[in-house]
Write a new protein. Sequence first.
Length: 321
Amino acid sequence: MSDDKTFDEAVNLYDSGQHEKAFSIFQILANKGHVRSMNFMGICYIEGKSVTQNLSKAAEWYQKAAANGYAGAMNNLGGMYQNGNGVPQDNTKAFEWYQKAANLGQIEAQFWVGSFYLEGKSIAKNPVKGAEWMDKSAQQGDPYAQASLGDCYNYGIGVQKDYIKAAEWYHKASDQGVAEAQFKLGYCYYNGNGVKQDYIKSAELFHKAALQGHEGAQYNLGQCFYYGFGLKADHAKAVEWYRKAADQEHADAQYNLGVSYFKGDGVTKDKKTANDWFKKAAKNNHDLAKKVLDDLKQNKIDNIGLAGQIISDILGSLASS
């Protein structure tokens, strides 16, 4: 039996829960110079399922596999240096390993090289190169590169601004379950940027992202329920989604929740709870919340009409980032 076939069988054992048996096979193969097994030894030491977790040993095995030309290990080693796992944190070395792997076509490494260029992390910022590397990775199907390339086209970063291409790449990433892409594609449909305006699709996409815990999408879904954008208006459900976003420190959601409690809109009126939410929003530098708190101190807000005007002001636009 070839070493590659033995390796594949060991992977199947590992995936089925027979971690120690699989580890023994990986170790034998790795010591014979089988690079994929060397890389998997690193994975074993990171996950700690077959042996005691040891990030330093994981890095050593990745180093061995990388030195033997295995692109996946180069990418993994880049991640170790980027996060300081098992080795000293060093973005310069991380980039060097990502670049080597990316040059060999490793799609995740191509994403990271693009990210480093876009952010100027340990290297000079270069949006054009960043977008080029994102395109390489996105074309190979990496969902996070697809979402990032959507951003490049949406905001004109390293490429000419193109809402149609932005929506296309967000769509590809959204189909692979990337919450940020679902959120941004939802906003494209809400505004009709690069796609035909469609409030129903917009709400559906916000809902998908919101279920994954995306606070901006949770807030926007609350907006949709409040105003009936793409679904039946339901202020109680709006409050539910505002609360989820507010619990993640989304200032607009905290403010809206405060107004909802102040008015008794979608929830039982409770001015003390309203005040608490206004304070949380103000702590997150929400200007309207600060104004409301100041007005409450001076007894300038003492009727539902004024509070209603405030909620209309803040709820009139959807968060886009």
